[in-house]
Design a protein around this ligand. Structure first.
Ligand SMILES: Nc1nc2c(ncn2[C@@H]2O[C@H](COP(=O)(O)OP(=O)(O)OP(=O)(O)O)[C@@H](O)[C@H]2O)c(=O)[nH]1
Ligand SMILES: [Mg+2]
Length: 391
């Protein structure tokens, strides 16, 4: 799917953010949505697209399909252009977590996808031609939290931890229209506490000290985390003939783009306007570099002193040492091998200790024999002296 933007959303602001160079070749931005099933991930993606690509003419894309469970990872692409600035937008919609019999590993395809993109980019970097390289490294991952008003599930914590070490993690509270404003405030506070206590790495917009307006905006974004979002694919007319995108209730309506109702606009601004470049650069400088370093270390460890940077090595070994159950057997074998090595070393050490002990005893024994001999000799000398003295 590829569509042209009709109304400006402010992506031309991007080149001014920090590095002017991006304006020449445009930018690629990849956003992923993840979280439990039925929380409105697909609806959110469609809402974001519809509010970003207003009045799209083509109706044969997935935005018009009726909603159903997302069965597998799906990539939606769009190309936006404003004042000669090109943005290639990729959105990765993922199937809901917790749908499988074995919930514990339902996050695997998502994590694998992220790692695979880093890995594939790393491989392409070593190829002679870099012009044709494909880059689907995830620049931001929105993690959808069920609006229970209580707490985070252990699965949420586990998955968020994993995502946070691989990409810019942005937690969002799904279906914000189901909580009252007070419940939402309390819930946000509790989630922030859990994130802190559990040491979950989330994306935090940088505060620019030399730009007051930007730093105020960043502070506002930080305070709003986790963003409360509402998704909707419906538009309806309110008083004054105004068309809004939102959800209708017997008591009234919620408007996706109303800041009193949810944080959709703030989140869209962070993603597509104010922080896109920071998300792209931090992916490159932090997450990709961490991945690269770890993988290089892995391959060097595996190859012992032979630390050649041959890409085959990285290629072969990378996945073996991930948490992937596919390699559980392999991992067990390696663990057994190390346990065996450890036992051998332990035995060798005990033997060596025993030898030292025996040697020490022998020396002690020799020493005491010598001391006895010395004493006898001293006694003899004394006696001889006495005899001499008597004469
Ligand atoms: N009340 C409310 N309902 C929503 C919201 N967003 C989506 N829904 C509804 O929730 C249901 C599930 O939405 P989906 O977008 O399919 O959820 P999903 O997270 O993609 O689900 P999976 O693909 O199974 O992981 C649909 O009936 C949506 O209309 C929201 O913000 N508020
Ligand atoms: Mg879905």
């Amino acid at each position: 799917m590829s569509q042209a933007i009709v109304e400006p959303i402010g992506i031309t602001n991007l080149p001014n953010q920090r590095y002017k160079i991006v304006s020449k070749k445009g930018a690629t931005f990849t956003l992923m949505v993840a979280g439990e099933s039925g929380l409105g991930k697909t609806t959110f993606v469609n809402t974001l697209f519809q509010t970003t690509l207003k009045q799209h003419q083509e109706q044969r894309n997935r935005l018009t399909k009726p909603l159903k469970k997302t069965p597998e990872i799906e990539i939606i692409r769009a190309e936006l252009e404003e004042k000669n600035f090109k943005l290639r937008l990729n959105i990765i919609d993922t199937p809901g977590l917790g749908d499988n019999i074995n919930n514990k590993n339902s996050w695997l395809p998502i994590i694998d996808f992220m790692d695979d993109q880093h890995h594939s980019f790393m491989k392409q970097e070593t190829q002679p031609s870099r012009l044709t390289r494909k880059d689907l490294r995830v620049h931001a991952c929105l993690y959808f939290i069920r609006p229970t008003g209580h707490t985070l599930k252990p699965l949420d914590i586990e998955v968020m931890k994993k995502i946070g070490t691989r990409a810019n993690l942005i937690p969002v509270i799904a279906k914000a229209d189901t909580l009252t404003p007070n419940e939402m405030l309390e819930f946000k506070k509790r989630i922030r506490e859990i994130i802190e206590v559990q040491d979950i790495r989330i994306y935090s917009p940088p505060i620019e000290i030399d730009d007051q307006a930007a730093s105020e905006h960043a502070k506002q974004l930080i305070e709003s985390m986790p963003f409360a979002v509402i998704g909707s694919e419906e538009e309806f007319e309110i008083e004054g003939g105004l068309l809004i995108k939102g959800r209708k209730y017997p008591w009234g309506y919620v408007d996706v783009e109303n800041d009193q109702h949810c944080d959709f606009r703030k989140l869209r601004s962070l993603l597509l306007r104010t922080n896109m470049l920071d998300l792209i650069l931090s992916t490159e400088e932090l997450h990709y570099e961490t991945f690269r370093t770890l993988k290089m270390q892995d391959s060097n460890n595996i190859n012992g002193s032979n630390n050649t940077s041959n890409n085959d090595i990285t290629e072969k070994k990378i996945d073996k040492f991930s948490n992937n159950p596919k390699f559980a057997e392999e991992e067990k074998k390696i663990k057994r091998y190390f346990a065996e090595q450890l036992r051998n070393e332990d035995y060798r050490f005990k033997q060596w200790k025993q030898n030292i002990h025996t040697e020490k005893n022998r020396l002690n024994h020799d020493l005491s024999t010598l001391q006895t001999e010395l004493k006898t000799l001293e006694e003899q000398v004394k006696q001889l002296k006495e005899k001499k003295g008597l004469k």
